[in-house]
Design a protein around this ligand. Structure first.
Ligand code: ADP
Ligand code: MG
Length: 487
């Protein structure tokens, strides 16, 4: 991952130096640097490393002082205050003669669009602005924005059927902002399905110094923040400035637009800003919990404008997507989560990804704290409260009805004594699903199926499980029914 000017900015921790005339590097020093970087990376994790530390360049060792360069003032300050001590300690363990690590701006600052004039850096969780400044101007803070979560990147976004289209649109906008047909990009979907994650991912990519064509300036904020800022600007009679600031960015992103609804003045302002930006070829990205046509309290012209580019929705997760997400997050956390537990969570927690993550995090935290492996039993125990809240309200009657419809038998056959395979098998499936999808006990389930014994229910559950294992098309049928019932 060499930049144009030959500065190493790679994850592999190799010190390959060609900066500031210093092209000869002591191989021993380079090896030490590689180990320091490697250990730091292992300590802070890959994401954090990539966001903050990857661009460190070793300049050299002079006496007892090691000099490290970072491309921007902001990165320098951040690394100094957050990792300075750690860097020093790691260097010392490599080479006792090192007493100081001098962290400076240099090298990559020559990169296009990344001059020393960087005021607000993209990677600033503390600075509430996201702006990659153009080289020739000194940008003030453009606007208050939400914070960009370093974990919300495209690399960390798991793609599945329900979100593939929205993800593709987001990626497209991140690669080529303001292309026709994709402006504005309107992302919508229920809570916890990845809207904010995708928006941050777009922003991260746009402000990446290594972006082909250079980084562009982005203002990202929630609609609430937008409103708050606008009102504050009115109070301090600086609305002109506020507007100017907003209009100076290349990409404007507003998250959770539904909060702007029914606030007439702010809606107006938003609309004007919106038009001004689109007319000058800037990209707008919006998220909301509903589609433009379903958002109530929106003026017609705003609604029309919002729907005039690309509208993409994030659908509810599927079982498959939940499995992939859990597997990815478990791998990231570096904790072994048995397949049975992953499947259990994916079955039980179906509302949204945030809740799924929360459940997994609890298991991981517990495993780390107590050094015990995660098991199905411990998962049951630890997630008791969450699982209870998620208990599906599917009734046995519903299950019976759906299953009877599916195999075209009469509903009364669910409780009839008939034993013909054509009825007995669907009945067993219904019992199996009743066990899986409700919290009813075996005797309770038996009673609902024509007062059958609980051992009959147990037998049904075993039988169906076996059949599903050997007959994929049967398994598909049962899974389909399950999903329909889960709604
Ligand atoms: P929303 O803004 O739609 O309410 P978020 O973007 O905040 O949802 O997502 C909630 C949580 O779930 C976040 O931690 C996010 O990283 C995670 N998440 C959502 N979708 C995915 C996905 N497809 N892959 C990985 N993580 C996801
Ligand atoms: Mg959100």
């Amino acid at each position: 991952m060499n930049n144009d000017n030959g500065i190493e900015a790679s994850l592999d921790g190799e010190a390959r130096l060609a900066v500031g005339g210093l092209s000869q590097v002591d191989p021993q020093l380079a090896a030490q640097w590689a180990r320091v970087r490697g250990r730091l990376q292992a300590e802070v994790g890959e994401v954090e490393y990539r966001n903050w530390l990857r661009q460190m360049t070793l300049i050299g060792l002079d006496g007892d002082e090691v000099t490290v360069h970072l491309p921007t003032r902001f990165l320098r300050d951040w690394v100094r205050s957050h990792y300075g001590d750690r860097l020093g300690a790691l260097w010392q363990s490599e080479s006792p003669r090192v007493r100081r690590v001098d962290i400076r701006v240099g090298g990559a600052a020559r990169m296009a669009g990344l001059a020393e004039s960087v005021v607000a850096s993209p990677q600033a969780p503390t600075i509430e602005l996201v702006a990659a400044p153009r080289a020739e101007e000194r940008l003030e803070r453009v606007a208050e924005t939400g914070t960009l979560d370093p974990r919300y990147t495209f690399a960390n976004f798991i793609v599945g059927k329900p979100n593939a289209f929205a993800q593709a649109c987001a990626q497209r906008v991140a690669e080529r902002p303001a292309s026709p047909g994709f402006n504005p990009l309107f992302l919508y979907g229920g809570v916890g399905l990845g809207k904010t994650h995708l928006m941050h991912a777009i922003a991260w990519q746009l402000i990446d110094p290594a972006r082909p064509g250079g980084p562009v300036s982005v203002a990202y904020m929630s609609a609430e923040k937008f409103m708050y800022r606008f009102i504050a600007a009115i109070r301090s009679q600086s609305t002109m400035q506020f507007k100017e600031q907003l209009r100076s960015v290349d990409v404007l992103m507003i998250d959770d637009l539904q909060f702007l609804i029914n606030k007439d003045a702010t809606q107006d302002e938003f609309f004007h800003t919106f038009n001004a930006l689109v007319e000058t070829g800037k990209q707008i990205v919006i998220s909301a919990d509903k589609s433009p046509s379903d958002l109530s309290g929106l003026e017609e012209r705003v609604r029309t404008r919002l729907g005039s580019g690309m509208v993409a929705d994030l659908h509810a997760t599927t079982y498959e997507l939940r499995i992939s997400i859990l597997e990815a997050k478990a791998a990231q956390a570096n904790v072994a989560v048995p397949a049975k537990v992953v499947e259990f969570l994916a079955h039980k927690i179906t509302t949204n990804v945030r809740e799924l993550e929360g459940a997994l995090n609890r298991l991981v935290a517990h495993a780390n704290l107590f050094g015990q492996p995660i098991t199905l039993e411990s998962a049951h125990e630890l997630l008791h409260d969450i699982l209870k809240a998620h208990e599906r309200r599917v009734t046995i009657e519903e299950i019976q009805r759906k299953v009877a419809e599916h195999w075209n038998i009469r509903l009364t056959d669910m409780s009839s004594p008939r034993r013909a395979r054509a009825v007995a098998r669907p009945r067993q499936v219904a019992m199996y699903l009743a066990k899986q999808l409700t919290s009813r006990s075996l005797p309770e389930i038996g009673r609902k199926f024509g007062n059958r014994d609980h051992t009959t229910v147990m037998h049904a559950v075993t039988r169906i499980t076996e059949l599903m294992a050997v007959d994929p098309s049967f398994a598909d049928d049962v899974e389909l029914l399950r999903r329909m019932l889960e709604g």
